[in-house]
Ligand binder design. Sequence first.
Ligand code: GNV
Length: 598
Amino acid sequence: MSQESEHGKWTVSSSDDSGDEQPEPEKPSTSLLQEAGQEKARVPQYPCSEARKAALKRKSSPLKLSNGDFPRDDAPAQKHKTSPQALGWCLSSSDEEDVSQSRTREEDGTASVRQEGYCAPKEDRRLALSHKSADPPDALPDAWDLLNGGNPFRFFLTKVKGIKTKYNSGALHIKDILSPLFGTLVSSVQFNYCIDVEWLVKQYPKEFRDKPLLIVHGEKRESKAELHEQAHSFKHVSLCQAKLDIAFGTHHTKMMLLHYEEGLRVVIHTSNLIDDDWYQKTQGMWISPLYPRLPPGSVESAGESHTNFKSDLISYLMAYNSPTLKEWVDILKQHDLSETRVYLLGSTPGRYQGNAKEKWGHLRLRKLLKEHATQVPDENSWPVIGQFSSIGSMGADQSKWLCSEFRGSLATLGNGTKALTNPDIPIHLIYPTVDNVRQSLEGYPAGGSLPYSIQTAQKQLWLHSFFHKWSAEISGRSHAMPHIKTYMRVSPDFQKIAWFLVTSANLSKAAWGTFEKNGTQLMIRSYELGVLFLPSEFGLDTGYFHVKENMFSDEPASSFPVPYDLPPEKYESKDRPWIWNIPYTKAPDTHGNMWVPK
Ligand code: GNV
């Protein structure tokens, strides 16, 4: 099939025409298929969504421009210098390879060569882990410094392949997180949504690769069977299915519990356990300090933090009602989490009334902001910002959920907040436009992880008037599409923030909860998890953080590294939100392809 447009001539590759669900790896038969041939054709072996399947299919059988050249007229990929090369990416020695090349997916790991090659003798590692003063020699990666040096927030982004080295300087790949430098692993748990077990096992260093690994997931029926089939090959891997008793609920929580000889570490993040999620996306994580083991015989309440993190994490784990996770609760109880400065904010499926109403979701955020945030001058003019990678059904107009219960919770600041539905409080929503996706490092396939559907979008056109583009010059990630989800309250000049949340929760009622029975009950469908940063926990009594002006400078510790540009830029009249299940054939993406979901 071939078609012509003002942007040139396009072909739909034959493997697409055949409707073949499992295309064979394509050999590049002409130079036109260069990139296509370099992408390793691959059908997911892990259970995952239709949107992601479409992305993987498109990557293995791309819809190419057939004349072998970019259109010369106004193809924005050229004009706006968005090809990686045009932007001057890949110039540093460590980023030598072409971003469009296939990765050797097993051992790519974004970890640098020195990291890959280095494994400190166990005694050295112990030293490094137990004494701050034991400065690691030059040969050590900066991951250790990152984690233990002057980063009070412990908030990180994932490394992105194909951007300048400086933009990855504060970033971590999963292999960095699982590195022996962070601790001598005894056993671990991975909570997640989409899991490629074979890939995951390879992310652990060889010396820890056979340590017990528990995977907590929400798969049912066929996809559960597929996951079990995958895990079966690994005798050290076991599975725990999270109960999902309410329709359309999903297990979105992304957390690692890393039990070490030296203690315990908790990582709460936004990335699925698949290669694509750690390659060219903007993802966030909070990494706990190394929690030491409590002395034997410590009381039940020992090791609690000012933020009540230990008890809140135990409550979250108990909500699964799983005997296996109860064993992890016991391990948690044996550790000292008192150094934790963040608040835990989770969602677990259920219908909650009375006191339980404030345990999860947006009412939990409302309670935390009421009790631990403080009022700021002129607070009614401080906007709420929400930034996410998917969107649920929000009803016929803004009064149904977004600007009532949801904004009411996010606009709470201290005990004095009265008008929870104050219509004056602006709400800015950040979600990628079609052009954001088209011009991204991944190109249109990035849209496979932005599963806003046409069926949902067309019911809520009113919502799109709140939308702002994805822009992240500040972190060098304007072309790394967001899979991170963040929410915050920001000053009218966008230079201060009253709080910041990084979470798995998208903009949906399923994630945040919705009132039932005249507001006496909060109904939540999904598991979600995030951490809330409040100024008071970081020694600030002003009620706000300053926004860091440069992610990579040494500004005062009171400045928070918001990972995208402020103020957010509104959609222009030509802009459309990315919708995954409609075709985009008028302009090529950064790989010269178009998007035709079947
Ligand atoms: C594509 C994701 C997640 C998550 C959940 C999806 C979907 C879908 C499609 C990506 C995704 N769901 O990270 O929790 O259709 O639900 O990344």
